[in-house]
Design a protein around this ligand. Structure first.
Ligand SMILES: Cc1cc2nc3c(=O)[nH]c(=O)nc-3n(C[C@H](O)[C@H](O)[C@H](O)COP(=O)(O)OP(=O)(O)OC[C@H]3O[C@@H](n4cnc5c(N)ncnc54)[C@H](O)[C@@H]3O)c2cc1C
Length: 428
């Protein structure tokens, strides 16, 4: 049996030095304790699957919000195609699965002492720590765009008050107005998300403000599912959406939230009626406090388990990680949560870890009954994540109306299924 895979649940502690040793000492008295920080796609999944794999484990989930609003389908809310309530999820399903849910923020991690300090002052000790804190905005990366500016020019890149603000601004906008979106370079949360948002706002405009326009200013020259998006935009919204790539002067460098103006790299100024600025991002702050980020601001991980490459016993999931070629998506975070949960449970139970396999599908809605998707399967090879040969792909460009309608339905089914998978209760 390997040193790091000893059975600590029964208190059996083998001799020998190991990075996991402090946890073993602590865990001797009872069941091992896994603390999960962040109750979103990665964290909620990991917490639930840890209990499924090993009901004898004590699992505590730390999450400030009592209701988690998903970014997936928040663009449909902007379109008026989903209610706000329908994308909110409570934590009772996780409690029913035996997860202890603590509504607080994790403020400090002491990896040597294996403890995490919460905003409530409570200190939790762990044998394994899972972090899935999502992203934080890099305030100031675009000159003039800070937290105060986001109150006027929302990013709406975390679902919550920002999304509600953007929707209310779109509602208040006059017909014939201009929505300007500033879109960051890779890597960022949800590569197809800005382009689905453009389509969903276009759907809303088409219904309520048909003379309005959408200008996408992009800090890159190509994007996820590009040909499919551009085909769908044209088919459903004519010339309502204009995309400007980086090399055609699309990159926004400065934001004046007071006057709702942006300035590009070539010095062009654009004035908006509604300004949606999606700034560059980094791993949620607790990752840095735990010492798991590198100079990029993101978290290097071991491809086999999503254990940090830098701090033993700390697992990091989802958007916070450097997991390319996997995208920063909810589905990706969900499968990473399952793999990490299986690896942690195996280690703590003294069993062999199952082989890691990851998947992703991102559905995007262009309009009612018009869906497109990208899918991939990933494996760990020689310490790296690779795309499984001959797996995945995008929807065919020549798909007919029935195909697009089927993909829109699959997207709805995906949302119901992953909601149940994470929170133990489906949402339709
Ligand atoms: C507009 C939009 C549309 C999207 N659509 C899709 C889609 O259709 N399909 C898809 O797969 N993905 C989609 N995504 C991407 C998806 O939302 C993210 O990839 C996913 O949420 C990442 O999961 P995560 O666990 O890393 O972070 P999150 O799901 O954001 O969870 C992080 C959680 O951690 C909590 N947290 C943060 N810091 C702390 C702390 N210090 N202490 C305690 N808790 C903390 C936060 O409150 C939050 O609840 C979309 C994203 C956007 C913005």
């Amino acid at each position: 049996m390997q040193i790091t895979r000893r059975n600590i649940l029964g208190g059996a502690v083998a001799a020998g030095a190991s990075l996991a040793a402090p946890a073993l000492v602590h865990a001797k008295a009872g069941a091992a304790h896994v603390v999960v920080v962040g109750g979103g796609f990665g964290g909620a999944t990991a917490a639930r699957y840890l209990r499924l794999h090993a009901p004898q484990l004590r699992v505590t989930l730390v999450e400030p919000s009592r209701t988690f609003y998903t970014c997936p389908f928040s663009n449909l809310y902007l379109a008026g195609l989903r209610s706000w309530d329908s994308i909110g999820h409570g934590y009772d399903g996780l409690r029913a699965a035996g997860v202890e849910v603590v509504h607080a923020r994790a403020d400090e991690v002491d990896a040597a002492a294996r403890s995490v300090k919460l905003s409530s002052g409570q200190v939790l000790h762990w044998d394994r720590l899972v972090l899935s804190p999502g992203v934080d905005m890099r305030w100031g990366a675009l000159q003039g765009y800070d937290e105060a500016a986001a109150d006027k020019a929302p990013h709406a890149w975390k679902a919550g008050t920002q999304t509600l603000l953007l929707r209310s601004q779109l509602e208040a906008m006059k017909d014939g107005g201009l929505l300007v979106m500033a879109i960051p370079d890779n890597p960022f949360r949800c590569p197809p998300g800005p382009y689905e948002r453009a389509a969903m706002v276009a759907h809303y405009f088409k219904q309520h403000k048909p003379r309005s326009k959408i200008l996408l200013l992009d800090a890159k020259d190509s994007f996820s599912k590009q040909a499919l998006f551009q085909q769908g935009w044209k088919a459903m919204y004519g010339d309502m959406i204009e995309w400007v790539k980086q090399s055609d002067d699309g990159q926004v460098l400065r934001v004046d939230a007071g006057s709702l103006e942006v300035e590009t790299a070539f010095g062009t100024r654009h004035k908006a009626d509604v300004l949606n600025v999606i700034p560059p991002q980094k791993a949620g702050f607790i990752a840095e406090r735990a010492g798991v980020t590198n100079a990029s601001g993101w978290v290097p991980i071991q491809a086999e388990s999503f254990e940090s490459s830098q701090v033993a016993g700390v697992y990091v999931l989802g958007d916070a990680t450097i997991a390319a070629p996997m995208p920063k998506s909810g589905f990706a975070a969900n499968t990473q949560g399952k793999v990490a949960a299986a690896a942690i449970a195996a280690d703590l139970l003294g069993q062999e870890r199952p082989e890691a396999s990851y998947a992703n599908t991102c559905y995007s809605l262009i309009g009612p009954g018009y869906g497109i998707s990208v899918a991939g399967v990933y494996r760990a090879r020689d310490g790296k994540l690779i795309e499984a040969p001959d797996s995945g792909g995008v929807s065919p460009l020549d798909g007919d109306a029935r195909f697009r309608a089927a993909e829109a339905l699959y997207g709805e089914a995906w949302y119901a299924a992953i909601s149940a998978d994470m929170f133990g209760a489906p949402r339709r």
